[in-house]
Design a protein around this ligand. Structure first.
Ligand code: ZN
Length: 205
């Protein structure tokens, strides 16, 4: 179970977390989680370049180590890179000490390009992890989940939900991963074209 739009009460429980950018401008904040991988990330970069769109990539450290050339391509094209742990750890199943160490390893893999942004895998953190990490990072969640990872959704449903729920300042989650690339290849070009036509621009955090 997850929410397409994050309910307001949840945003009040964690006021230190960024859910949406406060702006009256026609700006959308695209985020891509779980890369970099050669099967998905270069394709995403090429799509973004068509619209001069900038995005934020929450990367898994282990993927950076395996695919450094893909990581470098993301950075060189002017996108923002953030931390998504080293091994995509589920916060609730891991002790705080191990979790913090894994985040630190992820930060090391990002190197000097890192912007001190953190997104917890699965959007889940224990209270102690949250308390620790919010001192070091801006914790970035979202107000729109594309649902690109949800195998119960068709690509068309994913496209419709993504477009219907996005407004100015929205932070939307996509995944540049092997599991989602087929759906992403349908949804992302339509999403970009739709909002570009309406005069929106796409910014990194
Ligand atoms: Zn993830």
């Amino acid at each position: 179970m997850y929410f397409y739009r994050t309910p307001a009460w949840l945003q009040l429980v964690f006021p230190g977390i960024l859910w949406k950018v406060k702006t009256s401008a026609k700006e959308i904040y695209l985020t891509f989680d779980d890369g970099p991988v050669p099967e998905a990330t270069p394709w995403v970069l090429a799509e973004l370049a068509k619209y001069n769109a900038k995005a934020t990539f929450f990367m898994v450290g282990d993927n950076i180590a395996k695919h450094p050339e893909v990581f470098t391509a993301v950075v060189n094209q002017g996108h923002t890179v953030g931390n998504h742990t080293y091994n995509h750890l589920p916060g609730r199943q891991v002790g705080t000490k191990s979790y913090i160490e894994n985040v630190a390893a992820g930060e090391k893999a990002l190197g000097p390009s890192a912007q001190k942004l953190f997104r917890p895998p699965y959007g889940r953190l224990r209270w102690g992890q949250y308390q620790h990490l919010k001192k070091q990072y801006k914790i970035v969640m979202w107000d729109v989940l594309s649902g690109d990872f949800d195998e119960k959704l068709t690509a068309e449903e994913c496209r419709q939900r993504s477009i219907a729920n996005t407004t100015g300042g929205s932070i939307i989650v996509f995944h540049d991963s092997r599991k989602t690339i087929a759906r992403l290849k349908f949804v992302l070009p339509e999403f970009l074209a739709h909002f570009a036509t309406l005069g929106y621009s796409f910014k990194s955090l």
